[in-house]
Design a protein around this ligand. Structure first.
Ligand SMILES: Nc1ncnc2c1ncn2[C@@H]1O[C@H](COP(=O)(O)OP(=O)(O)OP(=O)(O)O)[C@@H](O)[C@H]1O
Length: 244
C-alpha cells in the first residue's frame, strides 16, 4: 500500500540549528501517527513544513505522491493537509459558525458538503459545539476553543489532519472526550498526525509513534515498543551524570 503522506529526508535548519534533520516518515490512510520528543525536538517545525507554513531546507513532503511542502499554507490546505495550532487562533470577532465557514471557504474542493452553512453546521454538531454556533470564541471554555480549532480544520475537508497538542491543558474528563473525538475523526476517514505531551492520550490513540530528539528521528514503532526503547527513555530523562 502506498502511504498517503510521505516525508523524504525532511530538514529545516535555522542558521546553524538543525531543528529538523533528515527525517523520513510516512502516514497511511486511516492511521493515527503520534509524534513525540522532548521540548525543542523539532515536532512543531516538522508540522509547519508538512503544512506548508515554512519551507524545508532539504527533502520534501508528498501527499499521494505529489509535493505539498515548499508551497504556501493555503495551497497545502487546498490539497488536503491542514494543521491546528498549539495556541488556538480563532477570529475573535467572528462567531463560532463564521469561524468554521472560513475554514470551509479556504478548504479542499469537494472536501465537505457543497452548501457551506450546512457543512459548517454538520461539523459543529459532530464536534459538539452546535449550541454555541452564534457565540464568539472568547465566550468558550478552553476545551470549547480547542474544539473550535479542530472544527475549523475539519471544515477544510482535510485528508490529513495535523493536531498540535489539542489535549494539553484540558481536565481529565475533557481530555477523555477529546480522545474519543479524535478517534471518531479518524473513523470518518481522515488520517491524523498528532503531537501531544499528554502521553496516555497519545499512546492510547496512536497506531504508530515517531520520536524526534534534536531534530533527528531516534525511534519509530508501536506505542509500547517506543515507550520501552532505551534511546527514547534517555532522550526524555536526559543522560545527566548517571555514570559519574
Ligand atoms: N523560526 C525559528 N527560528 C529559529 N529557531 C527556531 C524557529 N522555530 C523553531 N526554532 C528552534 O527549532 C528547534 C525546534 O523547535 P520546535 O518548536 O519545532 O520543537 P518542538 O519539538 O515542537 O518543541 P515543544 O515541544 O517545546 O513545542 C528549537 O530549538 C527552536 O528554538
Amino acid at each position: 500500500m502506498t502511504a498517503l503522506l510521505v516525508g523524504e529526508s525532511v530538514s529545516r535548519h535555522f542558521g546553524g540549528l538543525r531543528a529538523v534533520d533528515e527525517v523520513d516518515f510516512h502516514l497511511d490512510e486511516g492511521e493515527i501517527l503520534g509524534l513525540i520528543g522532548p521540548n525543542g525536538a523539532g515536532k512543531t517545525t516538522l508540522f509547519s513544513v508538512a503544512a506548508g507554513s515554512i519551507r524545508p531546507t532539504g527533502g520534501r513532503v508528498l501527499l499521494d505522491g505529489k509535493p505539498v511542502s515548499g508551497k504556501r499554507a493555503h495551497r497545502s490546505v487546498h490539497l488536503g493537509v491542514c494543521r491546528t495550532h498549539q495556541i488556538v487562533r480563532p477570529f475573535a470577532r467572528l462567531t463560532v459558525l463564521e469561524n468554521v465557514l472560513v475554514g470551509h471557504h479556504y478548504g479542499r474542493p469537494g472536501g465537505t458538503r457543497r452548501d457551506p452553512r450546512a457543512a459548517a453546521l454538520e461539523i459543529l454538531e459532530f464536534i459538539g459545539l452546535a449550541d454555541r454556533a452564534d457565540r464568539l470564541p472568547g465566550e468558550l471554555t478552553l476545551a470549547g476553543r480547542k474544539r473550535l480549532e479542530v472544527a475549523r480544520a475539519l471544515a477544510t475537508g482535510p485528508r490529513v489532519l495535523l493536531l498540535d497538542e489539542v489535549v494539553a491543558g484540558l481536565n481529565p474528563v475533557e481530555a477523555g472526550r477529546f480522545v474519543a473525538l479524535i478517534r471518531q475523526i479518524r473513523d470518518r476517514g481522515t488520517a491524523i498526525i498528532m503531537i501531544e505531551h499528554v502521553m496516555h492520550a497519545l499512546m492510547s490513540l496512536s497506531d504508530r509513534v515517531v520520536v524526534l530528539d534534536h531534530g533527528r528521528k531516534i525511534a519509530e514503532g508501536l506505542p509500547a515498543e517506543v515507550a520501552n526503547d532505551p534511546l527514547v527513555i534517555e532522550a526524555y530523562l536526559g543522560t545527566g551524570d548517571a555514570d559519574a
